[in-house]
Write a protein that binds this ligand. Sequence first.
Ligand code: NAD
Length: 260
Amino acid sequence: MAVKRNALITGSTSGIGLGIARSLAALGHNIMLNGFADREEIEHLKADIATTYNVKVAYSNADVSKAEAIAGAIDQAKAELGDIDILVNNAGIQFVSPIEDFPIEKWNAIIAIDLAAAFHAIRLVLPGMKARGFGRIINVASAHALIASPFKSAYVSAKHGIAGLTKTVALEAAEHGVTVNAICPGYVLTPLVQKQIPDQAHARGISEEAVVRDVLLAAQPTKRFITVEEVAALAAFLADQQTASITGAIIPIDGGWTAH
Ligand code: NAD
């Protein structure tokens, strides 16, 4: 069994983040969940992960668009679990619109949550990781860190930005046992994607069925959605002690999309 470590996964009450939390808990790591959900659902998730995997599970309701809330989550994780060894910057939102109609507040929110939050979390946990000689930072980017699609100006900018952040911090941390990598999924059928289907239909003037067939899955040669479990398995692999030489990597898991 892997050494027991402490992991903070932002945006882990749903979708990919929750899948990563489960995959890390399955390796015996303690988990700090973060994200939004009602109190009952959070209590259920905490108890389920703790009993299924026999690990400690904490939860922070920090809104990662706020730097001070991220600092609070990290302090809380330290107090309830101990030092953070594995940081997964996963929280993210999406908004789809032609740029001329793109609401400024949506641009600001996407840059804050999908990009700046990772900067804040990394700058706060990296000193401790370096001092202890071990750390795993995993940024959940997107195929949109590598290529663009129309109507996603903020998201594509944030995700390209996180690829640059990943490479930069990987260089800064390389001699200290800390790896920094980005995972770039294609389409995974989570609430984030389910919500954009009607928005894409509106922006493109086509039906929702046509969005799934001709926009989302058309991009992926495998012609199927990536699963949460597949992304979670990649994160668990990158969190392992044995992957010490994989750093600064921008890793697609997109059914061949970016091979085009
Ligand atoms: P999701 O909507 O299922 O989950 C998003 C999570 O982030 C939730 O737990 C939510 O509560 C949390 N969150 C949102 N805003 C937050 C905030 N301000 N503070 C704290 N938590 C916040 O979405 P998902 O599809 O699982 O997306 C997770 C990540 O994966 C995102 O970064 C997304 O860009 C990326 N991604 C998703 C896909 C996909 O097809 N679903 C593809 C590529 C990349």
